[in-house]
Design a protein around this ligand. Structure first.
Ligand SMILES: *Cc1c(COP(=O)(O)O)cnc(C)c1O
Length: 228
């Protein structure tokens, strides 16, 4: 029901605001991306009606169908899933952000295919912060060279880094990979790159991510319920 979605959205926003306060972050310095993959347009519309504008999706064709259905709502779409090189055109044409750029070749294609009438595509580099858990993302050692290469592309705007650490029930352990991602971002900034986004934290670890400097958390289950 619509009221359930609104209640869960507001509960997540309350968790974010509480974590900002607890960890000394400025109020409203952390943005919420609502991750709607596998959930129907009606659920997205209910969350949008409660005030949410930014939605994250992983599967291209599914998202294109939802975009068509929800066009009147003027939502901001973020692509956060693995990117196949032959699918970059639709991503470049239809999304505002891409969080999952994991190789320079993909970035080059997105830049070349970003239509001239749109603002530059906002991108984050996905970093493989937990190699045993995931095969997606750049190695930490590859990030500086990739970041400078992506920052030079004309139709992209490099905003920062994204990671998906292995799940861990312990708060102290959850913080460690997020701290590594932040340290990496700080090294890039010290080298002269202007970055403003750390895309990290999901339903079960958003507090740890905010403690370590997340500026955007990507939340699915806590808003939409579990995925089939
Ligand atoms: C599915 C997904 C999320 C949301 O995860 P939840 O645990 O449901 O909050 C966040 N980021 C990425 C990249 C995802 O694929």
């Amino acid at each position: 029901m619509i009221t359930d979605y609104a209640a869960r959205l507001h509960a997540v926003l309350a968790r974010i605001r509480a974590a900002e306060q607890r960890f000394g972050r400025p109020p409203e310095s952390v943005e919420l991306l609502a991750v709607s993959k596998t959930h129907p347009p009606s659920a997205i519309a209910a969350v949008a009606a409660a005030g949410q504008i930014r939605f994250g999706e992983n599967y291209l064709q599914e998202t294109l169908d939802k975009m068509t259905e929800l066009a009147a709502l003027n939502l901001e779409w973020h692509f956060i899933g693995p990117i196949q090189a032959n699918k970059t055109r639709s991503i470049a044409e239809r999304f505002a952000w891409v969080h999952s750029v994991d190789r320079p070749k993909i970035a080059e294609r997105l830049s070349a295919q970003r239509p001239g009438h749109l603002p530059p595509l906002n991108v984050c580099l996905q970093v493989n912060i937990d190699k045993e858990f995931s095969k997606h993302g750049l190695d930490e050692s590859e990030v500086p060279a990739a970041a400078w290469a992506v920052a030079a592309l004309p139709r992209l705007r490099l905003r920062g880094l994204m990671a998906i650490p292995a799940p861990d029930p312990e708060f102290v352990a959850q913080r460690k990979p997020f701290a590594r991602l932040r340290a990496l971002q700080e090294r890039l900034a010290a080298g002269g790159l202007e970055l403003d986004t750390l895309s990290m934290g999901m339903s079960d670890d958003l507090e740890a991510a905010i403690a370590e400097g997340a500026t955007l958390v990507r939340i699915g289950t806590a808003i939409f319920g579990s995925r089939a």
